[in-house]
Design a protein around this ligand. Structure first.
Ligand code: AMP
Ligand code: MG
Length: 313
């Protein structure tokens, strides 16, 4: 282990001193600035991230448990702020968070080039809007950010030989079920490699997602949700959707996923009192930086990546 640590530190030292990292840090910083400006101009309020809490996003895939001893109570490290952002809309109708998420991903995910064990998600949620509304907003956000960064980081992008295409609206939509039938399990990455512009995959089956995305009233087992994908094989960019907000429906969905009310008891207390009807999405900023700079692997684009199953200073 000591040898691994030593080689990790040498590698990081050289990486931080490189011209490449100077350009990357500027681009990453301009991306964050553009995202921040976009949402504040749209009259979103920014709220502080919650880092530890008694409940967090259960996710739809297994991760190792990350917890802290909070004055004798086992609290989880935030995997996403889904529950907190939904509840925050009791106060104001548009919120965003630059939310640090810790997800101790399975070791196999170390090879995707898209996964870190800690990343920042710009997590947004709005009250009384539909999926259509948040998809339109996400497209505007993507166009605004890529335009801004193309202008403010012209030379930095040239250094990496990257010329960004600014897509037109609306982005193309694919149905989850149709494309899975056509291409099989890897359909999303097949589409991501084929496409030249960002695109959506919509209407995801219930068992493929967490319990909190809303089910269509007239299409059983299908959710009013979506993922946005980058082109050129960069894979998933955004996940989002409308949310379940009615207490009984939430209970049914928890049970369909084979989860227990006990797991979500604090959230259910809020749901019982009445949750706002909301929709929203989250976009990972390291993945966006990777796409904008065109790097092979997500861990290359930030100074201090938490690399899956590897010593990370
Ligand atoms: P999710 O709702 O789980 O899809 O997460 C929202 C967004 O966060 C994803 O669309 C990605 O952009 C980003 N994301 C999720 N997991 C990771 C990870 N392990 N490393 C980096 N970014 C991630
Ligand atoms: Mg996702």
């Amino acid at each position: 282990m000591e040898a691994i640590e030593k080689s990790g530190i040498d590698e990081l030292y050289n990486k931080l001193k490189s011209k490449e990292m100077q350009h990357l840090m500027k681009i990453h910083s301009e991306i964050r600035k553009a995202l921040h400006l976009f949402f504040t101009k749209k009259m979103f309020y920014e709220i502080s991230p919650v880092i530890v809490a008694p409940i967090t996003d259960p996710l739809n895939h297994p991760v190792y448990k990350a917890s802290v001893d909070y004055y004798g109570f086992p609290y989880g490290l935030t995997q996403s702020m889904i529950f907190h952002k939904q509840i925050a809309l009791l106060s104001y109708d548009k919120v965003f968070i630059f939310s640090p998420n810790v997800r101790l991903e399975p070791v196999e995910r170390g090879s995707t080039g898209r996964h870190l064990a800690e990343f920042t998600q710009v997590d947004i949620e709005m009250k009384d809007v539909t999926r259509e509304h948040v998809m339109d907003l996400a497209e505007d956000m993507f166009i605004y950010t890529t335009k801004e960064v193309s202008e403010t980081c012209k030379e930095d992008l040239e250094y990496f030989g990257r010329k960004l295409q600014i897509p037109g609206k609306p982005f193309r939509r694919y149905s989850y079920i149709d494309e899975k039938n056509r291409y099989g399990n890897d359909f999303d990455m097949i589409l991501s490699k084929k496409e030249k512009n960002p695109f959506w995959i919509v209407d995801i089956p219930l068992m493929e997602r967490e319990f909190y995305d809303r089910e269509y009233e007239n299409k059983e087992g299908i959710l009013v949700d979506m993922d946005m994908y980058y082109p050129e094989g960069f894979g998933e960019a955004i996940s989002g959707g409308e949310r379940e907000y009615e207490y009984d429906k939430i209970l049914t969905r928890i049970s369909k996923k084979g989860q227990t009310e006990e797991q979500f008891k604090y959230y259910l207390e809020f749901a019982k009192k009445g949750l706002p009807r909301t929709a929203g999405f989250g976009i990972g900023v390291e993945r966006l930086t990777r796409y904008i700079t065109g790097f092979d692997r997500i861990e290359e684009v930030v100074p201090f990546p938490r690399i899956i199953n590897k010593f990370s200073f």
